[in-house]
Design a protein around this ligand. Sequence first.
Ligand code: AMX
Length: 435
Amino acid sequence: MEKLKEKFAEKALPVAVEMKQFLKEHGDKVVSEVSVAQVFGGMKGVPSMITETSKLDPDEGIRFRGYSIPELREKLPKALGGFEPLPEGIFYLMLIGDLPSENDVLDLTADWGRRAIVPKHVFNVLDALPPHSHPMTQFSIGIMALRTESIFREEYHKGMHKQDYWSATYEDAMNLIARVPRIAAYIYRRMYRADDHIEPDPKLDWAANLAHMLGFDSDEFKRLMRLYMTIHSDHEGGNVSAHTNHLVGSALSDPYLSFSAAMNGLAGPLHGLANQEVIRWIFAMQEELGTPRPTKDQINEYVNKTISEGKVIPGYGHPVLRKTDPRYSAQKEFAERYIQNDELIDTVHNIYEVVPPILKSLGKVKNPWPNVDAHSGALLINYGLTEYDFYTVLFGVSRALGCMAQLVWDRALGSPIERPGSTTLEILKKKVGAD
Ligand code: AMX
């Protein structure tokens, strides 16, 4: 068995035993009560699943196995001469629970490199789609086309013992992570670079290879991709994409089915598509105002107009967070370090000063602060990746790290099929004594 897989088994299998014992002893204890508002409000704040990879604090933001984003930017191994963490490191941390060594991430880069070959039929399937299909449609279909390679599906069909589910899931997870950058880059080059495709470079790390296959070979863009892939990878278990991945996986659908479904959730404008919507909204504002650098007063007016038209301000608000998203702050720091005098980035920072007071004044928005998507597009545009309807695919490539680490854990812990209860208005009325 390969080293990482062995390490995972050593870590996860005793946790599965511990969890069973914990359940036996404490299964009937009550951990929370559910209010009527939570039943109607998308189940927010109801603790109802186990996700070990990361935990979201409303005020502090995400912690991956206890480490905040600033801590990870310092502690995770970096590429030679690089400043940003290698996403291989965050995957290792999520999967194993400990910080990786330099060698651990080098091993992962090499392993994913070996697994990265995408079969020809996947490209044929993509080529059969109209070129104007949204990149997320193509991405989801590309992942489904890759399902022919599922080891879990094949082994299940052969009658695999349930104690081996995690092992087959691990193989699928690693193959999927290794292959999605190639699918993403293929979609990009097909749509925007006249089908002029670029082969992976086996000397490059996972994120740098993605940059290379997209056609962006500068060191700075590779740094951006390493940061981007690290910070978008996971946001605990309840967000739409991670939860979909977990839910679909709970039916023992293989990782390709689960992850493709997760990507369909990520493609919604209230979730991952917000990164394209932010840029679309800023461009529409610049066009309407006739300036690439609107003043704060002009932004104020445009924000109010957007709200009065019954639309949301993309990139602002969050179902859990109640402060500025540290993923926003990490990208702001990146911009301040590498990019000076950029009209779009300055506008993003001016929007940050204008939007929160307006959202607060509405009296109903629970979190007026920016989320990860408020900043990411402006950085990509700066480096020439201007085709903003592609942005959610980049988010999706990164999310493969978290979703796959979560799924391997799910199978190791023997997570059962998920089946929350639903109720009716009539039943609820009776329960609370309302006529
Ligand atoms: N602009 C305008 N109104 C907003 C708003 C925003 N950015 N965020 C929330 N509101 C409104 C809601 O639409 C809702 O209005 P309603 O009562 O009239 O329907 C009200 O404020 C209460 O909403 P909430 O409890 O604060 O938010 P939520 O948990 O229901 O939704 C989110 C969270 C992210 C969907 C919402 O803030 C939003 O639509 N933001 C813009 C889209 C966005 O940036 N999404 C990306 C999130 C991060 C990610 O997943 N990538």
